[in-house]
Design a protein around this ligand. Structure first.
Ligand SMILES: NC(=O)c1ccc[n+]([C@@H]2O[C@H](COP(=O)([O-])OP(=O)(O)OC[C@H]3O[C@@H](n4cnc5c(N)ncnc54)[C@H](OP(=O)(O)O)[C@@H]3O)[C@@H](O)[C@H]2O)c1
Length: 329
């Protein structure tokens, strides 16, 4: 396992990490969640991702129980939470000082930790002044409740606003952003954020490196019975990732990529994960997995990074045809 710096910070995160969205407290039981986390930790993963919204807090409770019983040394772990969707009542969502403060304390309790290494604003809150959010994140750092704060799915402009406000008032600026990034979703990480890596030293903890499983190739011939697409009737938009008109051009690309992966002697999930890791602006790719075998297999992707030579990367580009253009002016 390679450990990469989270942007310009001194924190080292495993290049592949493990997150609990849709799985912990939901799709898989506690025993399986524990086995998956152990497989990840024993495979060198040090960063585990969570959020107050995941299974309405149950995901953090499950992870917290595992962490409490595992006895892993705290300094071998990087634990995150995210704040935004805490409930339906006023002040249970968004990025007000009150909700950020309360969400942090609730996450600490659920996760059984004294501090969070990373705390993300899960989405931008257009109704709260950015200074209020930056200030409460800074205060939580001062109080030792969190070590680094960041954003998720914010625009480059919103991240720059938070950075500028922090600099203006001598507060702690955001360290990292959590965007979706994979072979089929490249606009933010390769395009919009282009300047932020140098200008503010932004790190990225990218999500859905396998596009929820689409990039494993297992949806190439239809939806498998025991897959994510079939496991969440409560999320109507989820199936659109895997079937229907919008999914077809993506599936066509994945079929071509699967043939290419076969030609160079690696699996489609390994190709997709190794491709993400070729981007030096990716600090860590957060994988999801509903089985221990998936965790173990996905970690092997790091062994195949060298197979993605310049020539192979060009062939991939020919198939994808979606490289974002960097605006020159
Ligand atoms: N900040 C945000 O807004 C945001 C949003 C989404 C996710 N995230 C974070 O990113 C993490 C990863 O996202 P993700 O779960 O969508 O990641 P992903 O790696 O793109 O997809 C994971 C899913 O793909 C399937 N899969 C994984 N490995 C496989 C393999 N080797 N073979 C076949 N199927 C495989 C599994 O689903 P099945 O077995 O059920 O089919 C698994 O649960 C989340 O847990 C969360 O921490 C953040």
């Amino acid at each position: 396992m390679e450990y990469r710096r989270l942007g310009k910070s001194g924190l080292l995160v495993s290049e592949l990490s493990y997150g609990s969205w849709l799985t912990f407290g939901k799709q898989i039981d506690e025993a399986l969640a524990k086995d998956c986390m152990y497989a990840a930790y024993e495979g060198g993963v040090n960063f585990f991702d969570n959020a107050e919204a995941y299974a309405e807090g149950r995901s953090e409770e499950v992870m917290g129980k595992i962490l409490r019983n595992a006895g892993w040394s705290r300094d071998t772990l990087v634990i995150s939470s995210k704040v935004f969707w805490g409930g339906d009542k006023p002040n249970q969502k968004g990025l007000s000082r009150k909700h950020v403060f309360e969400a942090c304390h609730a996450a600490l309790k659920r996760l059984h930790v004294d501090y969070l290494d990373l705390f993300f604003c899960h989405r931008p809150d257009l109704t709260t002044p950015v200074e209020e959010t930056v200030r409460v994140m800074h205060d939580l750092i001062q109080q030792g409740k969190i070590l680094y704060w960041g954003t998720s799915e914010w625009s480059a402009q919103e991240i720059m606003e938070a950075y500028a406000v922090a600099r203006q008032y001598h507060l702690t600026p955001p360290t990292m952003e959590q965007p979706q990034y994979n072979m089929l979703q490249r606009a933010k990480v390769e395009g919009e954020y282009y300047k932020l890596y140098d200008v503010i030293g932004l790190g990225t903890t990218i999500w859905s490196p396998l596009a929820s499983g689409l990039l494993t190739g297992k949806y190439n011939e239809g939806i498998p019975e025991d897959s994510r697409a079939n496991s969440h009737d409560d999320i109507p938009w989820l199936r659109d990732i895997f079937e229907g008109e919008k999914a077809q051009p993506k599936l066509e690309k994945v079929r071509k990529l699967s043939r290419m992966a076969n030609e160079i002697g690696i699996s489609m999930p390994h190709l997709a994960l190794a491709w993400c890791l070729k981007n030096p602006h990716v600090s860590t790719a957060i994988t999801g997995a509903s089985r221990v075998e998936q965790v173990k297999s996905n970690l092997k992707a790091i062994e195949h990074k060298d197979k993605l030579t310049v020539e192979v990367m060009e062939k991939i580009e020919d198939i994808l045809q979606n490289k974002p253009k960097i605006p020159l002016y």
